[in-house]
Every structure is written in C-alpha cells, then in structure tokens.
Design a binder for this molecule. Structure first.
Ligand code: MF3
Ligand code: CO
Ligand code: CO
Length: 264
C-alpha cells in the first residue's frame, strides 16, 4: 500500500484469539483464490477476465467480499501488475502474451476480517531476467517472514530485506509498503521493506501485518500512471512482488495466507 508520512502515535491492534481465528479463515480464502486462478493464467487471457473469475469465486463460492473493489475508488476486485508494473495494476482488456510475468494480488474480507496475499505468475517460459527478479522478491519475502518474532523491530526486518535485494543487484521500492491488517485493509504499522536495524515498532504477540516487498530489476524509482492507480518503474525495468499476511505468535510467526499443503 501507499506509504504515508510518519505519525506521532500508532494505533496497532493486538488480535484476540477469536479475531485470530477469523484472520486465519480470511487468509486461507485469499490463498485459495490464488490457487484457483493459477490454471486460468495463460496466453491470450485478459486481466479483466482474471478479475471477473476471481470476483465471482470470492462472492459466489466463498461468500466473501473482494476488498479492492471500490476501495478508495479502485474499480476492480483484484490487482494485476504485469512486467514493469510495480503494483496496483488495474485489470483491463489487454491480453497476456508468452513471456509476460505478473503479480496477482488478492484481498478478501470474511466475517469482518481481511486476508491479503499476492504472488508472481509467468505466461509460458519467462525470460531469465524476469525469473531472477521474481526469485529475489520471493527470497526477500522469506527473509522478512523468518525474522518475525516478539521483540524484533520492523527496522530489523526492513534492513534485512533491503540487504538481500541489493546484494542481488536489485532495488527496493520505497513509496509502497506492507501494513497492519485486520478489521481494516490497511492498519498501523507501516511495514517498510528497507530500513535500519533497531528502528521502528517492536513486534508483540497478536500483531497481524503483511510483508510484500516490491523489488525492481533496475532502479527503485517509480511513476504513477494517469489512471491514478497503476505504478510502474521509472526506468521501465521489470518489477516483482510476493505478499503474505503474518501473525506474530509467542515464539515466532504464523503465515495466515499459506494453505495446509504449502510451505514458504
Ligand atoms: N492488496 C494491496 C496491498 O497489498 C492493496 C491494493 S489497494 C487497491 O496492500 F485499491 F489497489 F486495491
Ligand atoms: Co495485497
Ligand atoms: Co497488502
């Protein structure tokens, strides 16, 4: 989500066991949408067809709400970010072609709680450069998630993600970040994917937030297109993103958007 200026006091909600159970359900539903859509991603399909399939599945099969639809005026139910699109790509009539890579970002609301997850897909065999930035973005997500436990600070996580990306000669987008999540789509705190060790909020059991590094193959700078949503790399380099919703437990973390047969 869009990074906002720092505030004096944050409103970080610690979820109760009952809320955590609802977050587990919402997270699982979001993950199931990503699994459902996978076989539909292919040459010749339009991103608005993918949007319609996800919308109908979320509403008719899951009995849930697609959170992006009408969120701050967003016109569709999912985000589809193709190639040099960093995030918030708006599904439209353009068809996917062989060699395209895209992020599909799913957020559902079930029983008042949000689950938010995204991953990269490839249409046919992706170019090596696209494989590479997608792999680095995934590794950045893993590096961040594996650090989550009570007592660690968000700056520690951001720093580790940034170090990994830059060691791989990629860059971290600064203008968009992860976020607390629960009853609201975007809650405090902001989860930056760069930073300094020891800075920022200290994690406590019951916090729920996303980690969703946006990693560019080229420079980190981005540009907002005139539609007011689509964010692209300024240098037209490829960009990749993976996202999970995570719970801080007493001893570490639980990934709320992993299915039982999936692992990091
Ligand atoms: N799902 C995105 C995120 O990870 C937010 C999309 S906001 C929308 O935070 F309005 F573009 F849908
Ligand atoms: Co998302
Ligand atoms: Co998110």
């Amino acid at each position: 989500m869009f990074q906002k200026p720092p505030k004096k006091s944050l409103n970080i909600t610690l979820k109760t066991p009952e809320e955590i159970e609802k977050m587990r359900v919402a997270g699982r539903l979001a993950a199931e949408v990503l699994r459902m859509i996978e076989p539909h991603v292919g040459e010749g399909v339009t991103t608005e067809e993918l949007d319609r399939i996800c919308h109908d599945y979320i509403v008719d099969v899951q009995g849930a709400i697609p959170a992006p639809l009408n969120y701050r005026g967003f016109p569709k139910s999912i985000c589809t970010s193709v190639n040099q699109v960093v995030c918030h790509g708006v599904p439209g009539p353009k068809t996917l072609k062989k060699g395209d890579v895209l992020n599909i970002d799913i957020t559902v609301i079930k029983d008042g709680y949000h689950g938010d997850t995204s991953r990269m897909f490839a249409v046919g065999a992706p170019p090596i450069a696209a494989q590479r930035v997608s792999r680095v973005a995934y590794e950045c997500l893993c590096v961040g998630i594996r650090m989550v436990r009570p007592g660690i600070r968000l700056g520690d996580i951001g720093h580790a993600i940034q170090k990994h990306a830059e060691a791989q000669h990629c860059s971290v987008v600064r203008e968009y970040c992860g976020h607390g999540i629960g009853r609201d789509f975007h809650e405090d705190p902001q989860v930056l994917h760069y930073g300094k060790p020891g800075d920022g909020v200290e994690l406590k059991p019951g916090m729920t937030f996303t980690i969703e590094p946006m990693i560019n193959a080229g420079k980190r700078h981005v540009k907002l297109l005139p539609d007011g949503w689509t964010v692209v790399t300024k240098d037209h380099s490829l960009s990749a993103q993976w996202e999970h919703t995570v719970l801080v437990t007493e001893t570490g973390y639980e990934i709320l958007t992993l299915l039982p047969d999936q692992s990091l």
